[in-house]
Design a binder for this molecule. Sequence first.
Ligand SMILES: Cc1cc2nc3c(=O)[nH]c(=O)nc-3n(C[C@H](O)[C@H](O)[C@H](O)COP(=O)(O)OP(=O)(O)OC[C@H]3O[C@@H](n4cnc5c(N)ncnc54)[C@H](O)[C@@H]3O)c2cc1C
Length: 378
Amino acid sequence: MKKGLVIIGAGIIGVMTALNLVEKGYRDIVIVEKKYPGSGGSFRCATGIRASFTSLEHVELMKRSIQLWPLLSEKYNIPYARHGYVWLFTREEDLEMFRCIVDFHNKNGVPTRIVSPEEIAELVPTIKTDQLVGGVYDPLAGKASCFKALLNPLAYILRKGVKLVESTTVYKVLIESGRARGVLTDKGVIEADKVLVAAGYGSKKILRESIGVDLGLRNIPKHALITEGYQGVFKPLLIDWETSSYIVQVLHGGFLIGSSLPEEPDKPPRSRLKYPVKAVNVWIRYFPWLAYTNIMRYWTGYYVMTPDHHPLIGPLSTVENLYIATGFSGHGFMMSPAVGEVMANYILGEKPNVPLVEHLLPDRIIKGRLVKEIAVFG
Ligand SMILES: Cc1cc2nc3c(=O)[nH]c(=O)nc-3n(C[C@H](O)[C@H](O)[C@H](O)COP(=O)(O)OP(=O)(O)OC[C@H]3O[C@@H](n4cnc5c(N)ncnc54)[C@H](O)[C@@H]3O)c2cc1C
C-alpha cells in the first residue's frame, strides 16, 4: 500500500489532524493503530478543557481550541458544555501567586477572576469552604465527551475515504536520504510520502527507533476513578491546588476524580490500593456526602510529558516529511481541535494559523529552547 500520509495512532490528535485534512480536501490518509481508536490516553481522560495556563503558547492554542469546541460539537454531535473551572486554594501564598497569573490571563484575553469562598459556594453547590482562602474562576473552561469527540469525527473521515488499520503496531518510521518514506509495522511496510507520529505513549519508542532520540518524552502513570452517576450537582471542574487533584461531574453524571501519586516514568501503569484512598480523602473534605457514593470504575493511563510540559508539534527539521504531535503533558484532549488544525497546516505546507505554536516545534528540546508552564496538575 502506498499512501500520501500515514498517521501513527488513532487517538484524539491523529483523528483531529485527519479531520482537518479531510475538511481541506486531502484524503489520501491511512491511520495505523496498535489496538483500537481511543485506547491510549484519549478514552481515559477527564474531559476537561481550559485556557487558564501560564504560558502564552498554551493560552493562544487553547483560546483557538475553545473557539472550535462549540463548532465541532454542533457539526459532529459531540456533547460539550462551557461549565467553567474553579481552582481552589487553601494557602494564602498560592492565592497570591495566582493573582499574578489572573493578571496575565486578563491581559491575554482569558477572563479568569479571583473568587472568595462565598462566591465559590455559589458556583459549586454543596461544597464546604471552611478551609479555603479563595479561588480562581475560569468561565471559558468546560468539558466534552471524550468518546463522541473521537468516534464521531472518525466515522465521518472514514466515510470520506480515510483508511484505518487497527491492531497493527508501528515499529519505526522508514527514513531514506533524510526523508520519511513510510513505516515498518508488525504486518509489513506501508509506504507514504509523509508520516505523522501521533502515537501518545508509543511515540517515545517509535522516535528512538527511527531517529535515535526520544526528545525527552516520559510516560508518567496516572490514576482516575469514577463514581455512579447523579443528576447535576455542580457544573465546574474543580482543582485542589495543594494536593494536585481534580474532580469533575462528567456530562453523563459520574464524579471523575484524578489525583497524583509518585510514580516512576515509563513503568507500566498499575492499579494501587493507595489511589482510591487518597482521591476520596482529598474530596470528602469538600463534599462529605461523597463518602456515600459508590466507585464504579478505577483506571490508569499515561500523561506523556515533555521536559517543559508543552507538546511537541510540527515538522522535525532533520527529517523531511516527518511530523510529530505528541507530549501533551496531560492536556491533549482539550488542545486537539487547535492542534488538528495546525498539524493540517504544517502537513499541507501552510503557516500554522496559531503563529505562537512555532515555539513548540519538536527541535526546541534538542536546541534547549524550553517554554515555561506551571499550571499542570493531576
Ligand atoms: C487520567 C487522565 C486524565 C486526563 N485528563 C485530561 C483532561 O481532562 N483534559 C485533557 O485535555 N487531557 C487529559 N488527559 C490527557 C489526554 O488524555 C491526552 O493528552 C490525549 O488523549 C493524547 O491524545 P493522543 O492522540 O496524543 O494520544 P492517545 O490517545 O494515547 O493516542 C495514541 C494512539 O497511538 C496508539 N499507538 C501507540 N503506540 C503505537 C504504535 N507503536 N503503533 C501504532 N499505534 C500506536 C495507541 O494505541 C493510541 O491509541 C488525561 C490523561 C489521563 C491519563
